[in-house]
Design a protein around this ligand. Structure first.
Ligand code: C2E
Ligand code: CA
Ligand code: CA
Ligand code: CA
Length: 276
């Protein structure tokens, strides 16, 4: 038993070591990725259901890894958040999304506004508004072309969030609440936040056709946004049936594979050409 205990201990210890080694390697690789410009943005179109127009592009980061190919954010964003690297990554994403949107305008495209995901660490930075203003100034992008997505979990400190959101709103950018319904949701504070849009999380949308509870939740969120005069977008829409359900429940916009997956810059340009 003693022997077994020691082996377990050694096993556990070596697993711990390799886990932390893996993290360290990941961190070093991520730092290199930022320095070597290996991050790229894909853009997922958002469609207004009634007019069928493209009303937004959500910027989603990918890692163009020299050996592993395109790595999705689920594989590195959690590490980036843990290590704090999400802050430089997020700043790169913000600048690149604004630069690209402005560049498209200069090339004669009519790009919709771009939505950028803000991590909690970014949202908690006191100089965030200054940084956003700086990027808008540097890239020459109109603030009306920028939407910032924050999650409910970033807004635990209600007073701080109200101030931060007011500062950002004063720049002229749009604010949306991402993954709505999955976080700590006190509906009463929502009223106090100067936000423009709710993004209904895809976990509720996925089963709207088969799960009456999810259908009820989605229908209620949409009804609530109408009362609060907020825009609402459903994420993860994959089928015509889901689209019909959302349309009949008067949801404004959709995002999801049904309309389009996230697109490379070239593919987004083709889509804009087709639609212009
Ligand atoms: P998110 O912000 O909720 O982004 C939506 C995710 O859903 C994207 O995954 C998108 O590709 C995926 N998706 C879109 N339509 C559908 C659909 O119809 N069905 C299904 N099953 N999935 C769909 P992606 O690009 O892998 O990003 C995953 C998450 O990584 C994002 O979730 C976001 O939390 C995070 N992320 C991505 N880019 C950034 C970034 O620049 N900064 C930060 N802080 N987080 C980011
Ligand atoms: Ca998002
Ligand atoms: Ca401030
Ligand atoms: Ca989301």
């Amino acid at each position: 038993a003693k022997e077994k205990g020691r082996n377990n201990y050694q096993l556990f210890n070596s697993q711990m070591k390799s886990a932390s080694l893996e993290k360290l390697t990941m961190e070093q690789e991520l730092r290199r990725a930022i320095a070597k410009d290996e991050l790229v943005l894909y853009y997922q179109p958002q469609m207004d259901i009634a007019s069928q127009r493209i009303v937004g592009f959500e910027a989603l980061v990918r890692w163009a890894h020299p050996e592993r190919g395109i790595v999705s954010p689920g594989h590195f964003i959690p590490f980036a958040e843990e290590s704090g690297l999400i802050v430089p990554i997020g700043e790169w994403v913000l600048k690149e999304a604004c630069r690209q949107n402005k560049h498209w305008q200069e090339q004669g495209y009519s790009p919709p506004p771009v939505s950028v995901n803000l991590s909690t660490r970014q949202f908690l930075q006191h100089n965030l508004t200054g940084k956003v203003a700086e990027v808008l100034e540097l890239t020459g992008l109109d603030a009306a072309q920028l939407e910032l997505e924050i999650t409910e979990s970033s807004t635990m400190d209600v007073e701080y969030s109200i101030d931060q959101l007011h500062e950002l709103k004063n720049l002229g950018v749009t604010i949306s609440i991402d993954d709505f319904g999955t976080g700590y949701s006190s509906l009463s504070y929502l009223k106090k936040f100067p936000i423009d849009k709710l993004k209904i999380d895809q976990s509720f949308v996925r089963d709207i056709m088969t799960d009456p509870n999810d259908a009820a939740i989605v229908a209620s969120i949409i009804a609530m946004t109408r009362h609060m005069k907020l825009k609402v977008i459903a994420e993860g829409v994959e089928t015509e049936e889901q689209l019909q359900f959302l349309y009949h429940n008067r949801c404004d916009e959709i995002q999801g594979y049904y309309f389009s997956p996230p697109l490379s810059v070239e593919a987004a340009e083709l889509l804009m050409k087709e639609r212009m």
